[in-house]
Design a protein around this ligand. Sequence first.
Ligand code: HEC
Ligand code: HEC
Length: 210
Amino acid sequence: MNKLFAVGILLTIGIVLAVKAYAAGDATKGKASYAVCMACHGADGMGNKALNAPRIAGQESWYLERQLKNFKAGIRGADPKDKYGMQMRPMALTLANDQAVADIAAYVSSLPEQKPVAKTVKGDIAAGKTAYMICQACHGPTGGGNQALNSPRLTGQQDWYVVRQLKNFKAGTRGTKSGDIYGMQMRPMAMTLANDEAINNVAAFIATLK
Ligand code: HEC
Ligand code: HEC
């Protein structure tokens, strides 16, 4: 009886470890599949405005995984009005399975932030700071993100990309598809920004966060 019990425990541990091994990303394998991403996001993952590709270097792996899965599933990047998301979706589809997604997320999140990105959005930073009061509850006072609240890091992100996403959320090209639990939490927050000016203000403020 005791022996059976011991075997049972060992089997359980084995299964738990196997599941963990599957879930954890392998950055070395991810590096190999990153070759396809480089063309737009850059070898350093710092993004490329001319190609509309945001910085992904240093973003947290859980958020990267979620977005890549959302692109694959058509929760993001499938709306014809989402021009840039539609460019990204076929790239996510090159990742064969969840393990490949986890591997590339591990690699991308390991890339260091090379340099501060250029500020391109003009806005009233003081007004943006006031608007950001509501955002910090989830994204944190310095924009570092909060995994417990499923909120990504915003600090160091390109301001033009922040503007585009806030507009996407407002327009419903992001955060409305069924299954987009987290996008749906963000959408009403984007709605608090009354107009394009308010969006520019908050993006200009976020660009000052370190
Ligand atoms: C053809 C250019 C192109 C290639 C190649 C490409 N991407 Fe993208 N990617 C984009 C664009 C454009 C966006 C912005 C989409 C939007 O505005 O919603 C994006 C967005 C993303 C995002 C969302 C970032 C965020 O903050 O939510 C992730 C993650 C991402 N790409 C990862 C990858 C990975 C990993 C690869 C390689 C498998 C890859 N991309 C290849 C163009 C590209
Ligand atoms: C209730 C929590 C919450 C609040 C408050 C909130 N957000 Fe978010 N935000 C989220 C979540 C969750 C996501 C991730 C959505 C997803 O997974 O697609 C997100 C995503 C984003 C993104 C997309 C980042 C990317 O890399 O694509 C931006 C930009 C953003 N938020 C800005 C803001 C701004 C600006 C405010 C204040 C006006 C704000 N958020 C308030 C929860 C919140």
